[in-house]
Design a protein around this ligand. Structure first.
Ligand code: UT7
Length: 326
């Protein structure tokens, strides 16, 4: 079957930087705690005029330019996001119109921080089956909009960014070799936002009860996340007759440096072969793997023929892995 190959990657992060020192002035926290527990030093926060689609459009434009395509070439747009501009229409619709992708269908996928792997995998399917030849995959978030800046357990972690990748059919061994998508709703209340949906529509009471912010049992998420990370990485490698030794670069979801280090150690991947930028961006949800991929390319960390392992997990829980030949 034809593989879907990434032919252009783009990323965009808002200009405003929120450092740990800034957070020290806002809540009872300190730089040492944040760095030790999460590895995060600073993160980007969208300004009042920027919504998720604004970030997504910028990342997508860059990905299109790098793929040498024009918007009219795109046949489908797959967006991973937890923080759409509004409940509907989708970010995919807004991006489609703003970019001028006149031929493209679009969809948003809510798989929380696994939205990167979900959007990439769904996009890859359309290429593999031959249905479409040019698909735009996007992960975009303004997690700061659902962050309670009085809750020190979440506000030091969550942040804003967007990333995008153009997929086209490969005519050689390069491209997405395999992917796995998983979900397990038993963990839903470890990481969720209670307000604003059909269970608790917005009212004065839900706003006063701070129900329109992400709630997280960080410690419990941490333990399950490491196990799921390792399980899905090992499974996708084994199924393809590969081991950690074959992986040139591991690009994990950038949630927490300790999770990345613990997972890499258990999978037997030395940190020299793991891409990390959580220190500068924090947890950007569905955007994180795309943003990391873009930076890995810019830093010259990928060369033709390299085996790349991507893994992400997030609220739901939803998680997944993708394996590709660069
Ligand atoms: O994409 C998926 C998204 N979620 C994640 O990946 C989150 C996974 N979890 C984590 O990253 C970590 O659990 C955290 C970074 C959230 C927390 O680290 P931890 O080592 O699990 O700390 P903890 O929650 O067990 O809290 C330890 C202490 C507590 O104080 P006490 O009860 O021991 O006195 C917290 O109240 O640290 C306190 N604490 C803080 N102190 C300073 C919690 N947040 C902060 C803070 N600054 N920002």
């Amino acid at each position: 079957m034809t593989r879907a190959r990434i032919t252009g990657v783009g990323a965009y992060a808002p200009k405003r930087i929120l450092t740990n020192a800034d957070l020290e002035k806002m809540i009872d926290t300190n730089d040492e705690w944040i760095v030790q527990r999460s590895g995060i030093r600073e993160r980007r926060i969208a300004d009042e005029t920027e919504a998720t689609s604004d970030l997504a459009v910028k990342a997508a434009q860059q990905a299109l330019e790098r793929a040498n395509l024009v918007p009219e070439d795109i046949e489908f747009i797959a967006v991973g996001t937890t923080t759409p501009d509004m409940i509907f229409p989708t970010v995919g619709n807004i991006v489609q119109h703003r970019l001028g992708c006149r031929r493209a269908g679009s969809v948003d996928m809510l798989a929380a921080c696994a939205g990167s792997i979900y959007s990439l995998s769904i996009g890859s399917q359309f290429i593999q089956t031959g249905k479409y030849r040019r698909v735009l995959c996007i992960g975009a978030e303004t997690l700061s909009r659902i962050t309670d800046f009085t809750d020190r357990g979440t506000c030091v972690l969550l942040a804003d960014a967007a990333g995008a990748a153009v997929l086209e059919p490969s005519d050689d061994e390069r491209g997405i070799i395999d992917f796995d998508l998983y979900s397990d709703g038993q963990y839903w209340d470890l990481l969720y936002m209670p307000g604003g949906g059909s269970r608790h529509p917005a009212t004065k009471e839900t706003v006063e009860a701070r129900m329109h912010y992400a709630k997280m049992k960080g410690n419990e998420v941490f333990k399950v996340a490491v196990r799921l990370f390792v399980d899905c990485a090992e499974r996708i490698l084994a199924r393809n007759g590969l081991t950690a030794d074959d992986v040139s670069l591991f690009i994990p979801h950038q949630a927490n440096l300790r999770i990345i280090e613990a997972a890499a150690k258990r999978v037997n991947l030395p940190m020299e072969r793991v891409f990390v930028n959580v220190d500068r961006y924090g947890n950007t949800g569905a955007a994180s793997v795309y943003v990391a991929l873009e930076e890995a390319i810019a830093a010259g960390r990928l060369k033709r023929g390299d085996l790349v392992l991507l893994v992400a997990f997030g609220g739901g829980f939803a998680w997944g892995a993708a394996l590709m030949r660069w």
